[in-house]
Ligand binder design. Structure first.
Ligand code: ADP
Length: 249
């Protein structure tokens, strides 16, 4: 429904670095329950836009609305608490720590479910049960007790995804979910993102057009900080301006 209020909306969002516009007047609408891809040549402003959405950068001008509320200028922790979680491209895993302990730590964090200084055994059991559910969801349930350092690259990326899901986000931001992966892991990741996207809203950045075409309901193409084109994958890939932007890279 084009008339439904979007879950995420940006209005003329702009970020300048010393007068240079990395993101320029970007107005996005992401409908609840959809998968939305951000693509564009290097330097297009995708990372900067993600950093604005998560509060890691403050916009120079413009607005960000989430669930109809203005979240412009809020801090990263506040935004995470409101339900926007980001899965990072750069890993922040502890090699010696088990998978289930990673998940329990994320669940017990201030932005995770039910932060309490004092925890009853029942609460600890809930963390453990939820941790196991999340590991099962990303296909790592049978490795719960293993150290994160023992995982293959694709499995580490799946663990990072589970950690983002631990925040029970309404909106999941995925930063190049298939970066550095071989064909097999790419296809596994496509299936995994489809699965975790059920009942959630996802915005992702990826350079792999097979991934974009397989996952995205809507694609926004950025170039030089601006929206160059928007539509379905079929629409944007046949757009002359998009073809020119990529050929000119
Ligand atoms: P993408 O993720 O699409 O490759 P980025 O958002 O990383 O693009 O960068 C967009 C533009 O903004 C680039 O020209 C980049 O050099 C510039 N940029 C990004 N971050 C900064 C910063 N902290 N200071 C100055 N320029 C920046």
């Amino acid at each position: 429904e084009a008339t439904a209020a979007p879950l995420l909306e940006t209005r003329s969002l702009t970020k300048e670095f010393r007068g240079f516009r990395a993101v320029s007047e970007v107005s996005l609408r992401v409908a609840e329950g959809t998968i939305h891809a951000l693509v564009g040549p290097n330097g297009a402003g995708k990372t900067t836009l993600f950093n604005l959405l998560t509060g890691f950068l403050a916009p120079s001008s413009g607005q960000i609305l989430f669930g109809g509320d203005d979240i412009t200028g809020k801090q990263p922790e506040q935004i995470a608490h409101l339900g926007i979680a980001r899965s990072f491209q750069i890993t922040s895993l502890f090699d010696q720590m088990s998978l289930v302990d990673h998940l329990e730590l994320a669940l017990a964090s201030p932005t995770g479910m039910g932060y309490r200084f004092w925890r009853s055994n029942a609460q600890l059991r809930r963390f453990r049960d939820r941790a196991m559910e999340l590991l099962d969801e990303v296909g790592l349930g049978d490795r719960a007790g293993q150290a994160a350092g023992s995982l293959a690259y694709g499995q580490k990326r799946a663990l990072e995804l589970a950690l983002a899901l631990a925040l029970d986000p309404r909106l999941l931001l995925l930063d190049e979910p298939t970066a550095g992966m071989g064909l097999e892991d790419v296809d596994r990741t496509i299936a995994l993102v489809k699965k975790v996207a059920a009942g959630r809203t996802v915005v992702f950045v990826d350079h792999n057009m097979h991934v974009v075409g397989s996952l995205a309901d809507t694609v926004t193409v950025l170039q030089s900080g601006q929206v160059l084109a928007e539509g379905t994958y079929e629409q944007v890939r046949n757009d002359e301006r998009v073809i020119t932007a990529y050929l000119g890279q």
